[in-house]
Ligand binder design. Structure first.
Ligand SMILES: Cc1cc2nc3c(=O)[nH]c(=O)nc-3n(C[C@H](O)[C@H](O)[C@H](O)COP(=O)(O)OP(=O)(O)OC[C@H]3O[C@@H](n4cnc5c(N)ncnc54)[C@H](O)[C@@H]3O)c2cc1C
Length: 424
């Protein structure tokens, strides 16, 4: 249960690290956010409400994205300086030693008060940082984590390769020891925000003779280092938020290793678990902003009065409510078997909710969703509808999540391997 300890004065600027109850923390955070809301009005929800041009399911970073990135970084720096960027983090890395429910308070308030999206920071904050915090050395954590949480630097995830996606343990990018450094060579792909990133969390093979999962190690790569080439990939939505990344003899200090040599698989697990869990948050595709727009659309088109659309609306509300309810379960309340796979369950609930939202928008709008007639809240939905399928793939495909839930969560047997084909 959240604590309601109000004994710490939330307005005392000298006391930003002591324990503080959720209610007092919310009051502190709300007071601060309201005091700076005016500075971000140009890039926040209020502005986007007036615009008809963008409702995205996955990060897009289309036209004008430099401005979005700049405003998100400014907001993140203000949050960090006020002790609100990472409430649950340790004090020596810029956090306040509070609970994850305190993190959620800030995320909720940012959504409610219409602050700009921080989607381009998602990978650094929710994929790279948790692994670094759990497995990095004290020196690396103290240097990199505050910079990530203040958005002084942006992070990306260098896991997938042309031949290793679902079968992630099959990565072939090599790292060879050279004195105090490692030399990395290989290719990564689908690297979200790679073109903006300062650091990349790279899963690479350090021991080709070891068992598949055992020969992997994780490094933090300087994305500006010689030998790193980043090439954007155009998506079917029109945006290009992900990239190919070529590593050609890139020198990485051993001090930038995250976890032990050969422990990369465990470190990757921390990143992937966090990624799947946080995709259900307010910076994810099922944000309050999207729902607000969807409700407005349904009302404007009087969809609730239509017998065809009514069940669809009900299904959408049910899917979103189920996702929210599961996402808000307090730590420790997942059943014994499902606790280790809660990220996969949440991700499946999120993709179901996204599908319902996309289907409803496309159904009620018809061709108006895809032909830009300049009407507000019509063509704006094309990006969401076209981006929805990507969520069945990003962060691990649906099939892989279902396998994880079935085998690791419910203890079901692995499917039998297909019999080897015998020569005739
Ligand atoms: C929007 C987006 C952003 C992304 N961002 C990043 C990023 O920042 N960094 C990064 O490293 N990667 C990123 N990815 C890549 C993503 O993690 C991979 O695309 C994903 O893991 C699937 O790998 P793959 O594309 O190689 O497909 P494959 O692994 O080739 O899978 C092809 C199909 O086969 C199915 N399949 C494979 N194995 C099995 C199995 N054992 N059982 C049942 N079905 C199976 C899959 O479910 C899928 O339908 C991103 C992807 C998207 C769409």
């Amino acid at each position: 249960m959240p604590s309601t300890d109000d004994s710490t004065d939330p307005t005392d600027p000298t006391d930003s690290t002591g324990p503080v109850g959720v209610d007092a923390f919310r009051a502190e955070a709300e007071r601060f956010l309201r005091s700076i809301a005016g500075e971000f009005a140009d890039a926040g929800l209020a502005e986007r409400r007036r615009s008809s041009d963008r409702i995205a399911a996955v990060e897009e970073l289309g036209e004008g994205y430099e401005h979005q990135v700049k405003r998100a970084r400014e907001l993140q720096a203000r949050l960090f300086d006020a002790g609100l960027a990472w409430p649950s983090g340790p004090a020596d890395c810029g956090g306040r030693g509070l609970g994850r429910e305190h993190d959620r308070v800030v995320d909720d308030l940012l959504g409610e008060l219409g602050f700009p999206s921080r989607e381009m920071l998602f990978v650094g904050l929710h994929i790279v940082a948790p692994a670094l915090d759990a497995h990095g050395t004290t020196e690396l954590r103290r240097r990199i984590l505050p910079a990530l949480y203040r958005a002084d630097i942006i992070g990306c995830q260098l896991f997938s390769e042309p031949g290793a996606g679902s079968d992630l343990a099959g990565v072939t990018t090599r790292a060879v020891r050279d004195g105090d450094d490692w030399i990395l060579s290989g290719q990564k792909v689908w690297t979200s925000m790679g073109h903006l990133a300062d650091v990349g969390e790279a899963l690479v093979r350090t021991d080709p003779s070891a068992a598949k999962h055992g020969g992997l190690t994780m490094f933090l790569v300087d994305m500006r280092a010689p030998g790193v080439t980043v090439r954007p990939i155009r998506q079917m939505t029109g945006g290009s938020a992900f990239n190919e990344v070529f590593l050609d003899g890139v020198r990485v200090p051993d001090a930038h290793r995250v976890g032990g040599v050969g422990e990369g698989w465990r470190v990757a697990g921390t990143s992937l678990g966090s990624e799947r869990e946080t995709m259900t948050g307010d910076d994810g595709p099922v944000s309050p902003y999207v729902l607000e727009r969807l409700v407005a659309l349904a009302e404007r088109l009087k969809a609730a009065a239509d017998p065809v659309h009514r069940p669809q609306i009900a299904r959408t509300v049910a899917a979103v409510t189920a996702m929210r309810a599961a996402a808000e379960l307090p730590d420790g309340s997942w059943g014994h078997g499902l606790a280790p796979v809660s990220g996969s369950v949440l991700k499946m609930l999120m993709t179901r909710a996204v599908d319902e939202i996309a289907a409803l928008a496309a159904e009620v709008l018809g061709e108006d969703a895809f032909t830009d007639a300049g009407e507000p809240d019509t063509y704006a939905w094309s990006e969401f509808v076209l981006g929805a399928p990507a969520l069945h793939i990003a962060g691990g495909t649906d099939e892989i999540q279902l396998n994880i839930i079935a085998q690791r969560g419910l203890g079901l047997p692995r499917p039998p391997r297909p019999a080897a084909t015998r020569p005739a």
